[in-house]
Design a protein around this ligand. Structure first.
Ligand SMILES: [Zn+2]
Length: 249
């Protein structure tokens, strides 16, 4: 029987971000207990894997979001840039380092292969998405379900398919509300998030707080409110968010 890949036990679970939370780079590093200097982190601190992604214009890799945020196609990473004049974007993405150990590409690739051959449960990965320099959104926990290589502009790149894990699927009613709440945030495209962030100046639209911020649908998604226009999206702190939710329910 497969053993479930358990998430690390953290004493202070209240500090773990919820899907759709907007967090600063420093907070993200604190949550992950790491400086997060690279985008791919297989089993960070020997626990859950963490990847950082970006779909904004000019991002270094071609990451994409499908199915309203439930599927991510994440690109592998290049060889490190050295002093020489070879552009890493012209070289195949490596499976191994120069010393012959697996790169992060290689570690994630092998984990996906093992899952495919039913030798283990899927690797669980926490995903953060960059909104703008220093500002990130937590996208949730994903399962790594497949990996492959493909040609991109005359070189070989790795691609990883990540599928959103339903965190509260079998949990009690109260937590299901939270899941629904999270799903609404998830469906907001990054371009809308960036527009809203700039308009609201990174603050709660009601009280001006700069802490515990999330994206909120002004007219709820469940009542037909749109996710695809900044007009229906605002930034709220968790306090204002919950008091708004109380009124709706
Ligand atoms: Zn507020």
């Amino acid at each position: 029987m497969k053993t479930q890949n358990l998430l690390p036990v953290r004493k202070d679970l209240s500090k773990m971000p919820k899907v759709g939370d907007i967090i600063e780079y420093d907070t993200m590093c604190r949550v992950e207990n790491s400086k997060l200097q690279r985008g791919m982190n297989f089993r960070l601190n020997n626990s859950t894997s963490v990847v950082l992604m970006s779909t904004v214009h000019g991002a270094p890799y071609q990451d994409s979001i499908q199915n309203e945020g439930r599927i991510l196609i994440y690109e592998g990473h290049d060889v490190p840039r050295r002093n020489g004049n070879i552009d890493p974007k012209k070289l195949d993405q490596p499976m191994f380092t120069e010393s012959g150990s697996l790169t992060e590409n290689g570690k994630f690739f092998n984990a996906a292969q093992k899952y495919k051959n039913s030798k283990r449960s899927p690797e669980l990965i926490r995903v953060y998405e960059k909104l703008k320099p220093g500002i990130w959104v937590y996208n949730g926990i994903f399962r790594l379900t497949s990996a492959w290589t493909e040609k991109s502009e005359e070189r070989m790149v790795f691609k990883f398919r990540l599928e959103l894990l339903d965190e509260y699927k079998n949990d009690n009613k109260q937590k299901n509300i939270k899941t629904d709440f999270s799903r609404f945030s998830r469906r907001i495209p990054t371009s809308v998030k960036v527009e809203v962030w700039n308009r609201d100046k990174g603050r709660c639209a009601i009280c001006g707080s700069e802490n515990d911020l999330h994206f909120d649908h002004i007219i709820p998604y469940s009542k037909g409110g749109s996710s695809t226009t900044a007009k229906n999206v605002q930034i709220l702190c968790s306090k204002c968010n919950y008091s708004k939710n109380d009124k709706i329910m």
